[in-house]
Ligand binder design. Structure first.
Ligand SMILES: [Mn+2]
Length: 424
């Protein structure tokens, strides 16, 4: 299914008068509005290929129907999102859930929707049919060299797939760890993992990056071999200049100060990528900004401050991706909400009076510092984001148009209501 330019134009025309008034009001207090709009337009967030279907937990999965049945339909779905908001122009593939049979064809299809390929993701946390060795007790950390070798070869294969698609980064998330005290020799597990990552790193093309993602717990509940940013930083530092830490917002212990982690990693030139989601207790899969939008804003404030301090391009300096599981919402609607939440937090961070904040900090004016941050956070930036979309030919209200056009109903008609997308 396609949403034509005429549909978007019709939708925008109907909302234009109201939008123009709200935008004029919002822009009044933003002296650098032109730059803000440009930055918002440049900022693209990758959609992972596993996010287009309904997610599940180990207890169950409740499909909503019309899910993409193959990679081509996943690309079509991301194309729909991108047509609506012009903000999700890249797709991130997970191998082996989505192996492109004909990379050239897949690349051409994506280009028709204005999409290109972001980081590729390897998978050594599940056993695949016909796989020789099991990952039950880990992959790169495994006590058996042949298991480690299999995991290394898989990652190198993923790099090859990525090269064919035009990707420039490999994300490695390992579920390796242990569930019980005594199960694992931490030192040896670390060493094995490092050696495996070194072999994978050696297979990276010169212009590629490797992202080492960490997670505090799950599926292992006693130790994770890449369990926190310190461990990831250690691996990335030992690997070399092309290796970076990847921060997934939901992969921390409760109450972790993620904004501080981000600031320090950026300062050390070791922050490479970002996975957006939110969590309340221990879940890492909720919609970004749905539980703690203030934290998301504070993270973006550190990102903007830290990237500006290093002269980095916000749009291209780091890899941005959504990584959530859409268990009870329509995945496409959830992704539209996610992108909106990310753009809101980013826009608010762009409104922070950085100079005034610095002065307040240097004068130990704690009250003023909080006022400056909250002034930006409490600004309604939605009309600014809508204006950025309008200027790019996207919809003023993507979610509203998605519903008006009955996109999900159309997809169910085209694909059936019993389709199940590959993924978790
Ligand atoms: Mn992730």
């Amino acid at each position: 299914m396609l949403i034509g330019k005429n549909k978007i134009a019709g939708h925008n025309d109907a909302l234009l008068a109201k939008h123009t008034r709200s935008f004029a009001y919002a822009a009044e207090t933003v002296p650098h509005i032109t730059q803000v709009l440009q930055k918002l337009q440049d900022f693209q967030i990758a959609i992972p290929s596993w996010a287009l279907g309904t997610g599940g937990t180990r207890f169950g999965r409740f499909s909503g129907g019309g899910e993409p049945r193959a990679l081509e339909e996943k690309i079509e779905d991301v194309g729909l999102l991108h047509a609506l908001n012009q903000s999700s122009g890249t797709i991130s593939l997970h191998i082996p859930w989505d192996i492109p049979r004909d990379a050239k064809k897949v690349k051409t299809l994506a280009a028709q929707y204005g999409l290109c390929f972001d980081a590729v993701n390897s998978n050594t946390f599940q056993d695949q049919p016909n796989q020789k060795h099991s990952y039950k007790f880990g992959s790169l950390q495994h006590v058996d060299k042949s298991v480690r070798k299999q995991a290394i070869e898989h990652n190198i294969e993923v790099i090859k797939q990525g090269i064919a698609l035009g990707s420039q980064a490999l994300t490695v998330w390992l579920s390796d760890g242990s569930c019980f005290p005594g199960q694992l020799n931490f030192r040896k597990a670390f060493q094995n993992t490092l050696e495996g990552l070194q072999e994978i790193y050696a297979a990276l093309p010169a212009n590629w990056k490797m992202f080492v993602e960490y997670k505090a717990y799950e599926p292992n509940f006693y130790s994770m071999t890449v369990g926190d940013w310190g461990q990831s930083f250690l691996y990335a530092s030992k690997l070399g200049d092309k290796a970076y830490t990847l921060v997934d917002l939901g992969h921390h212990l409760p109450n972790a100060n993620i904004q501080q982690i981000v600031a320090l990693l950026l300062n050390e030139k070791k922050l490479g990528g970002f996975h957006f989601n939110d969590s309340k207790y221990g879940d890492d899969d909720l919609t970004v900004g749905s539980v703690d939008p203030y934290q998301l804003f504070l993270i973006f404030n550190e990102l903007v401050e830290g990237m500006d301090a290093r002269g980095m391009n916000h749009a291209t300096g780091l890899g941005w991706m959504i990584d959530a599981s859409h268990n009870v919402k329509d995945p496409l609607e959830d992704l539209l909400q996610s992108i909106e939440a990310i753009k809101i937090a980013y826009a608010q961070a762009l409104l922070v009076d950085a100079k005034a904040l610095q002065t307040a900090q240097e004068n130990n004016d704690v009250v003023k510092a909080q006022e400056i941050l909250q002034q930006a956070y409490r600004t309604d930036v939605r009309p600014i984001i809508a204006e950025a979309r309008l200027q790019r030919g996207a919809a003023l209200q993507p979610l509203q148009l998605f519903r008006e056009e009955k996109v999900r109903e159309q997809l169910i008609k085209e694909r059936g209501d019993k389709t199940v997308a590959t993924g978790l």
